[in-house]
Design a protein around this ligand. Structure first.
Ligand code: ARG
Length: 292
C-alpha cells in the first residue's frame, strides 16, 4: 500500500553563481581545462530556485563574492537544527581556496540572529553533516574531521554518527547519501510531530553503499534497514545530492534508477539539471543549505 507523502515547507539559503567557475581542482570532478558554460550554469541555477518557489519553499540568499567561485555551494556553510533555535555551527574549509567563504556565510547567519560557532577542526557544513531523524550523520575521510564530529555533538547535544567515506568521487557525505523523508516524529531535521502521535525519530534515507567503509556500511544497514540503495551510476549522476521536502524530491534527471525507486515508494521526483555544477563536483543539495 502506498501512503501519500506529505511535503513540509522549507527555508533554503542559496548563493547566486555570479562568480562560479573551475579555477582550481580540489576534488576529482574538477578539471581546470574543462570550461564551465557560465551562462548555462546561471540558467540551471535559476531553474532550481524557481522550482523551489513553485513548490512552496522559501529561498533566501547570500551575496556572492568575487574570487570565491565555489561559494555557490551554500550547503558547505553551516549546520542548523530544528529545536535548537538561533544556533549555527559554522565551517572551517579544508581547502585554502575556500576558507574565506566561512566568514561570508557567518556574517549572514549573525545578521539573521544566529549565534555562530566557529569549529576548530575542518568541517564543511551540510556537505558532511546530515540530520536524519534522531541522529546527525557525519561524514569524514576527505573533508570534515572526526574532531569536528565531536565538536558538533557537543555544540548541539545530538547523537552524532561518524561515517567514513572511501571513494574520492564521493568526498562529501551529501554526494553519497540524502534524507528522503525526515522522521515522522521528533527528528532534529525539522518535523516535530506528524499529528499521529507517532514520534519514532526514524528517517528514510537513500545512499550508495560502496562509498562507505565496510564498518560504516554496516552501521547504515543497522540504523536504516529500509533505505533505498543507489547504484554507482546513480551516484555518479549526482542522484544522491538531492533535496527532498518529504514528498517532492528535487533530483538530477540522469539518476534514472533512483528516480524509479522513489516513484515506487510514493515520492514525486522533480528533475532539475545542474550539469554545469557537476564540473565542480556539486549538484542540487550542494547549492542548497536548509535553514532550520
Ligand atoms: N568544488 C567544491 C568543493 O570541492 C564543491 C562542493 C560541493 N558541495 C557539497 N555540499 N558537496 O569543495
Amino acid at each position: 500500500m502506498l501512503t501519500s507523502r506529505v511535503a513540509r515547507p522549507r527555508r533554503y539559503l542559496v548563493c547566486e553563481p555570479r562568480y562560479f567557475a573551475v579555477h582550481y581542482a580540489i576534488n576529482p570532478w574538477m578539471d581546470k581545462d574543462a570550461p564551465v558554460d557560465t551562462a548555462r550554469a546561471a540558467q540551471q541555477w535559476q531553474t532550481l530556485i524557481r522550482t523551489y518557489l513553485d513548490h512552496g519553499h522559501q529561498v533566501v540568499s547570500v551575496p556572492p563574492v568575487p574570487g570565491l567561485p565555489d561559494m555557490v555551494f551554500a550547503a558547505n556553510s553551516a549546520l542548523t537544527l530544528a529545536g535548537r533555535p538561533r544556533k549555527a555551527f559554522g565551517s572551517l574549509f579544508h581547502a585554502a581556496q575556500r576558507r574565506p567563504e566561512a566568514g561570508e556565510y557567518a556574517t549572514w547567519f549573525k545578521a539573521a540572529g544566529y549565534d555562530v560557532y566557529q569549529p576548530e577542526s575542518v568541517c564543511e557544513g551540510e556537505g558532511d553533516l546530515v540530520p536524519a531523524g534522531r541522529y546527525l550523520l557525519a561524514g569524514t575521510g576527505f573533508r570534515t574531521t572526526r574532531e569536528a564530529h565531536a565538536e558538533v555533538q557537543e555544540f548541539f547535544g545530538v547523537p552524532t554518527i561518524g561515517l567514513r567515506l572511501v571513494d574520492p568521487y564521493f568526498y562529501h557525505l551529501d554526494t553519497a547519501l540524502f534524507v528522503v523523508d525526515d522522521a515522522p516524529g521528533d527528528g532534529i531535521g525539522g518535523s516535530w510531530g506528524d499529528g499521529t502521535g507517532n514520534r519514532t525519530g526514524e528517517a528514510t534515507i537513500a545512499y550508495y553503499p560502496e562509498a562507505f567503509s565496510s564498518g560504516s556500511r554496516e552501521v547504515l544497514r543497522q540504523l536504516f534497514p529500509d533505505a533505498l540503495l543507489a547504484t554507482r551510476d546513480d551516484a555518479l549522476a549526482f542522484g544522491l545530492n538531492s533535496v527532498s521536502d518529504g514528498r517532492h524530491v528535487f533530483i538530477s534527471p540522469t539518476a534514472t534508477g533512483l528516480i524509479a525507486q522513489l516513484t515506487d515508494r510514493g515520492y514525486l521526483p522533480v528533475p532539475v539539471d545542474l550539469s554545469e555544477f557537476h564540473k565542480a563536483g556539486g549538484g542540487i543539495k550542494c547549492c542548497t543549505q536548509e535553514i532550520r
